[in-house]
Design a protein around this ligand. Sequence first.
Ligand code: HEC
Length: 245
Amino acid sequence: MKKIVLMLLSLVATAAWSAGDSFVNEKAHNNIRSMDSLRRGAQTFVNYCMGCHSMNFQRYNRVAKDLGITEEEMMDSLVLTDARFTDKMEIVMTKEQGDQWFGKAGPDLSVIAKARGVDWLFSYLMNFYQDDKQANGWNNLTLPNAAMPHVLWEMQGVRKAHFEEVTDEKGAKHKEFKSFDQVTEGTMTDTEYRDLVRDLVNFLDYSSEPARLIRLSYAPWVLLFVSVFTFLAYLLKANYFRDVH
Ligand code: HEC
């Protein structure tokens, strides 16, 4: 019992820590049952993220099977390297090269949705802004001073962040984020960009536990079985107890 309480307490503490850790202001509202959304997310992932991030726990043929994509479609539009259909979604850039080129290599994103949560990921991809003080010209509200550039900037457009100096109750001054100022328009509207990010986060969410799709598809059958079984068990009980007075 004591062990369980301790475990629960540490879970709560971890959740509180990760929630307070950074600026999360948006909910992802993604739906891993939407195959269209997952397919679009996979496309964005291979086009814009796999330059720097691998997904080593995921294989192309698994993605194809789960998302209802044929081998031909997969090889034509989603496998952009000379990888084979059965290969893992690895990248050629090594961690050492990543560390050297970006100051810090982009991590493998297989289980990032479990580690950070979908709302964090959604906010992170929404919250890039231009910052001339950074080596790569970009900064991020959710992960301040991130080594990652804003790779989706063409779609979202360039934005700058507006901060104001505030004084807290203890008299200490710090900068507080107020708003984004759009510097140049993106190729997408705000709604289109949100949908793009939502689909991408959806794909990361699915990839962090591909078996969840199967689990969800079994769920109605399991519930049906449980209800039919309960009903039969009830009839049986009624029958047994009929003669007990
Ligand atoms: C040009 C290389 C590059 C590309 C392309 C890129 N990233 Fe990154 N990414 C990085 C680097 C470098 C980091 C490490 C940032 C840090 O910790 O400061 C990072 C970090 C991240 C993180 C944070 C991981 C964590 O928990 O700290 C996420 C999430 C992420 N990237 C998602 C994406 C997605 C989604 C895409 C595609 C839209 C993408 N990245 C494209 C280089 C890249």
